[in-house]
Design a protein around this ligand. Structure first.
Ligand code: GFB
Length: 316
């Protein structure tokens, strides 16, 4: 049968990276825009699946956001994610799709899990309160894949990435993750010659960051060669304090003012570095060093902003 891989969420940072990679390998990718198909509408989704007959699905469609968005919009994060993922996984089974890769997040693990976090730490302790609704939805997604494997023999798997960054990231300061938010803050402060930039929290939390192109290679590696009940971690196995990461981004952007830490903002989980030895045993390893990935992402941001400014000028 001809391969037809539906990348759900192909316009997002993760879905677009996976699509680029699959297309560069000459593989047949299916995509559908949100304006054509709302994944929260089960019957529309099932009709689309019957008509388009994917042979595999990569589930990269999700409501995502940084620490502030997660804690400000808990209902959106739990409803959208639970609904979309349940519809897609159940719909995939009903349409006879035998292969599905579900994408989660390292925030599914307990707030105080032993580090580096192994896959078996799941559900061994309380979650980080700033993102527990998103985490619960993602845990449910992992278990939904396991349920369809156990009851129906479906080859559905789950991959847990660390904190990601790269092209097509969200640079909105209220809803972004830390890397794009700080990149934009430093860029704008450089242009306006602002003497200081505010970084949320104490600067002490540790995070594991990876360029989304490295995740895309991990996901495609799992699609091709991982078929187990348990979910699998995907991260470079190195972490950085928020203070270090802020200083690195300032250097990449060329901002020379000072950093001010606003400890009234939440730190979130103190540390979440994953043990990714399982995926490394499949032959995957990350290729993009952090500073190099940040530099290329900043170039992407500059081109993106330049395009937007040009479009705004033309429409004025
Ligand atoms: O990236 P971030 O929002 O996500 O924040 P989490 C990471 C750390 O950076 C936190 C600090 O300690 C923030 O307080 N930080 C400093 C900032 N300045 C900023 C800023 O300007 N913006 C942001 N956003 N943070 C998310 C979860 O947690 O990670 C999601 O809420 C998901 O569920 C995602 O798992 C990967 O790592 O804390």
């Amino acid at each position: 049968m001809e391969e037809r891989i539906w990348v759900a969420g192909h316009r997002g940072m993760v879905g677009s990276a996976i699509t680029r990679l699959l297309e560069s390998q000459g593989r047949n990718v299916l995509a559908v825009d949100r304006s054509t198909l709302d994944l929260r509408r089960q019957s529309e989704l099932e009709t689309w699946l019957r008509a388009n007959r994917p042979t595999a699905i990569i589930f990269a469609a999700a409501k995502v956001g940084g620490i502030l968005a997660n804690s400000s919009y808990p209902a959106d994060f739990i409803y959208d994610n639970l609904t979309i993922q349940t519809n897609v996984i159940h719909g995939a089974h009903k349409a006879g799709v035998d292969r599905l890769v579900f994408l989660g997040s390292s925030c599914i693990y307990p707030k105080f899990a032993a580090q580096p976090i192994v896959e078996s730490s799941l559900m061994t302790g309380p979650l980080e309160p700033t993102n527990e609704w998103y985490a619960i939805a993602k845990i449910a997604g992992v278990m939904t894949c396991q349920a369809y494997r156990r009851q129906h023999g479906r080859r559905y798997i789950s991959v847990m990435p660390c904190n990601l960054y790269g092209p097509n990231d969200n640079f909105d300061l209220q809803s972004a993750h830390v890397l794009p938010a700080l990149m934009r803050k430093f860029h704008e402060a450089k242009l306006s010659r602002a003497p200081e930039v505010v970084v949320w929290g104490t600067g002490a939390p540790l995070r594991e960051f990876m360029h989304v192109d490295d995740l895309a290679r991990g996901v495609v590696c799992c699609l091709d060669s991982y078929d187990e009940y348990d979910h699998i971690n995907c991260g470079p196995g190195m972490d950085h304090t928020i203070r270090d990461i802020a200083e690195t981004i300032a250097r990449v952007v060329g901002y020379e003012g000072s950093l001010v830490f606003d400890a009234s903002k939440p730190d979130g989980t103190p540390r979440k570095i994953m043990d990714s030895s399982r995926i490394r045993a499949l032959g995957w390893k990350p290729k993009i060093a952090l500073e190099e990935g940040l530099a290329s992402t900043y170039q992407w941001y500059l081109r993106h902003m330049a395009n937007r400014a040009e479009a705004e000028t033309q429409s004025a």
